[in-house]
Design a protein around this ligand. Structure first.
Ligand code: PLP
Length: 376
């Protein structure tokens, strides 16, 4: 492959010694579940986000589940989610026996439309999940205002936005709680699965802490709640603690690569064909994905794949049209902007180690697909 969509081997090569030293320490001590590096990593995420409670768990999917579970969401409840997101967001709602209700996106950022969210509120609505898609925050002040007007808690699925800010406030620090994913391909990835819930609500954080570990209280083998086993391995915490120190530089490199694309696409005269990602006012963008929109997406994707350029569609089908939700009332046409986005989006390589010559290859391959674009 000429330019891969991502290349984690390059990242590992750059941090190999630090990571292996931390992993060796854990292995030598054989402290495998829980341990000082889990505590230290939780403290570091609390500091980064400015949120007092940070509770690690087994995955970002579990993070969303634990937040909603701790809020008491259950059968008969409705929870409003964006339809244009990774499936784990609404899956958590369904796993609790509640019903997801899907809101459309805003065309410029792909993030959820707060006006549509408000129009979906019913007497059964018990929660709103905001998602910070591709590395920039949803319009949290508007979503929180909707929640306040109706007395409904807002939580953040910030799986794609660790270390990202809006108006100076971190992802995860806006809602009643926020959750992060450390899936290997996220901006901060473990060497396996991992997740984290943050909250400044003492009671909610305490419930998340109980639920992630079998509801154990007041001591071992006594159970106050029926919970689950959802913990971050000590080995993963060791890896993540080392990698967290590099996150600001990696996020900055992603943003720099996005700036380079903007220049290259403009110079190639491709802006009539390729709609570049927009950054909403007040937002930082840490480009978990660099997602462009094009009208003839499937043909372009096939062309780039043949040319050895990695690219991917996030997401090809909105949540409200998934097979597993055929029994829910929302149909084709319920969220028309998300449905259109699913036909037009294409993610291009933006990983931190990407080079300018590689980006020139990407843009050159796209220029070859649109021969009427000016070649500079
Ligand atoms: C990745 C992701 C998740 C799930 O995280 P895992 O760690 O893979 O379970 C949830 N929501 C969003 C928006 C994601 O991108």
């Amino acid at each position: 492959m000429l330019v891969p969509l991502m290349n984690l081997r390059l990242q590992y090569a750059a941090i190999r010694d630090e990571v292996r030293e931390a992993m060796d320490e854990v292995l030598d001590a054989q402290r495998l579940v829980g341990g000082p590096r889990v505590d230290a990593f939780e403290a570091a995420v609390a500091e980064l986000t400015g949120v007092p409670h940070a509770l690690s768990c087994a995955s970002g999917s579990d993070g969303v589940l634990l937040m909603l579970w701790a809020l008491g969401i259950g059968p008969g409840d409705e929870v409003i989610c964006p339809t244009f997101t990774f499936f784990a967001t609404c899956e958590a709602v369904s796993r609790l026996g509640a019903t997801p209700v899907f809101a459309d996106l805003e065309d410029d950022t792909f993030n959820v439309d707060p006006g549509h969210v408000e129009s979906l509120i019913t007497p059964r609505t018990r929660g709103i999940v905001a998602v910070h898609l591709f590395g920039q925050l949803a319009r949290m002040e508007a979503l929180l205002a909707v929640g306040d007007r109706h007395g409904i808690p807002v939580v953040e699925d910030a799986a794609q936005a660790l270390g990202t800010r809006r108006d100076g406030r971190a992802a995860g620090a806006w809602g009643r709680a926020g959750s992060f994913s450390f899936f290997p391909t996220k901006n901060l990835g473990a060497y396996g699965d991992g997740g984290m819930v943050v909250s400044s609500d003492d009671a909610l954080a305490e419930r998340v802490g109980l639920l992630r570990q079998h509801g154990i209280a007041p001591r071992k083998y006594f159970h106050r709640l029926v919970g689950a086993n959802s913990r971050l391995d000590h080995l993963q915490a060791a890896v993540l603690g080392v990698k967290l120190r590099h996150l600001p530089a990696w996020n900055a490199a992603r943003a720099r690569n996005a700036g380079t694309y903007a220049r290259l696409f403009e110079e190639a005269g491709l802006l009539d064909h390729v709609r570049l990602p927009a950054v909403a006012p007040g937002n930082e963008h840490t480009y978990h994905q660099y997602v462009v929109r094009v009208r003839d997406r499937d043909a372009l994707q096939a062309h780039l794949t043949r040319a050895g350029i990695g690219c991917e569609v996030y997401y090809p089908l909105p949540c409200h049209l998934q097979e597993c939700y055929a029994d829910l009332p929302q149909r084709e046409g319920s969220c028309p902007r998300a449905e259109a986005a699913c036909r037009e989006v294409l993610a291009l390589p933006v990983f931190p180690e990407l080079t300018v010559p590689e980006q020139e290859e990407v843009v050159g391959a796209i220029a070859a697909f649109y021969p009427d674009g000016r070649s500079s």
